[in-house]
Design a protein around this ligand. Structure first.
Ligand SMILES: O=C(O)CCC(=O)C(=O)O
Ligand SMILES: [Fe+2]
Length: 311
């Protein structure tokens, strides 16, 4: 009797634990979906203001489910039935049509880059600025004279280094401590964009660094380049400065036929997302100091990633 009572109690505990496990998994899935929706809304805001107003709630911070459902219906995106699925379908639809003038005019080719305004909170980045500046150390690197950076690159400070550069660079611990959360937010942003723009994939960081441009020879710009044959995607995040700069626009070559896109007015928290091998350039600054965080990403397509991580 005592035995079966304790067995029943054990079963009840196991059932409660399992229910708790299911509840925790559900809560995590809901939180992950909410975080992804938040990023998708920011991307929609960058792609088309009119659509953003139609699909966001009164505060402009979340989707209005009714607004989103109605816009999705108008656009013929009827296969998607959840907020997240509708949001992804809408980003893909807008990307297939958007022009840099935000006119939402029909477009044939899908762009392979995106500017996401306010991707990260500018005020949070500004609050980190002093710590980031104190953490910054020049880590000179010889990439070889034929590389995009040449053999005189000495204006970056590294958070992640996978490539076997010589001399070997180690991540600079103070910069990692200060900016790791910003780097992770950039990864999440890229994954959300890529899922909407191409396919779901997990991204891992191959290299990540903060670059400080100053108006001197070899420190003021980065010439036209692609980020490397094995880089699947990149993020360039505009950071604050205490020394406002002139110049430093980002130029991207994209579309078919090729067009030049000019981004002269990036504010802290704005990000450019690049698909693999999209040509781009950081134009020279002529005064002040410009900081940017750059990530080179490896993508693990969802199926492959699930396989790798299943036990
Ligand atoms: O700093 C920038 O704006 C661009 C940087 C970049 O493209 C790179 O470091 O590969
Ligand atoms: Fe680059």
């Amino acid at each position: 009797m005592r035995h079966s009572a304790s067995a029943a109690a054990a079963l009840a505990i196991a059932a409660a634990a399992a229910a708790l496990g299911v509840a925790t998994r559900r809560r995590r899935a809901r939180e992950a979906a909410a975080a992804e929706e938040e990023v998708l809304l920011i991307i929609i805001k960058g792609l088309c203001k009119a659509t953003y107003y139609a699909v966001s709630d009164a505060q402009g911070l979340r989707f209005s489910e009714r607004g989103l459902a109605s816009v999705a219906r108008q656009r013929g995106l009827v296969a998607a039935t959840t907020t997240l699925a509708r949001a992804k379908a809408l980003v893909a639809w807008l990307e297939s049509r958007h022009t840099p003038l935000e006119t939402c005019a029909p477009k044939r080719a899908r762009l392979r880059h995106a500017l996401v305004r306010g991707a990260l909170d500018g005020a949070t980045l500004r609050a980190k600025f002093d710590a980031m500046q104190a953490a910054y150390a020049q880590q000179p690197l010889d990439y070889g004279q034929h590389s995009r950076y040449g053999n005189k690159w000495r204006i970056s400070c590294y958070l992640v280094v996978l490539e076997r550069w010589k001399p070997k660079i180690q991540p600079h611990r103070p910069m990692v401590d200060c900016m790791d959360d910003v780097m992770r937010a950039c990864v999440a942003l890229f994954e959300a964009w890529y899922a909407a723009h191409a396919q779901p994939a997990k991204a891992s960081v191959m290299n990540c660094f903060v670059t400080r441009y100053r108006p001197h020879a070899d420190e003021d710009q980065l010439e036209k380049h692609v980020d490397g044959a094995n880089v699947d995607g990149s993020v360039i995040l505009a950071l604050p400065t205490d020394d406002p700069f002139d110049g430093g626009a980002l130029k991207v070559w994209d579309d078919r036929p090729k067009r030049e896109f000019h981004y002269p007015d990036m504010r802290p928290g704005d990000a450019i997302l690049l698909d693999a091998r999209v040509w781009h350039q950081a134009l020279p600054i002529t005064a002040g100091t410009r900081y940017a965080m750059v990530l080179f990403l490896k993508l693990h397509k969802q199926k492959q990633h699930d396989k790798e991580h299943s036990v």
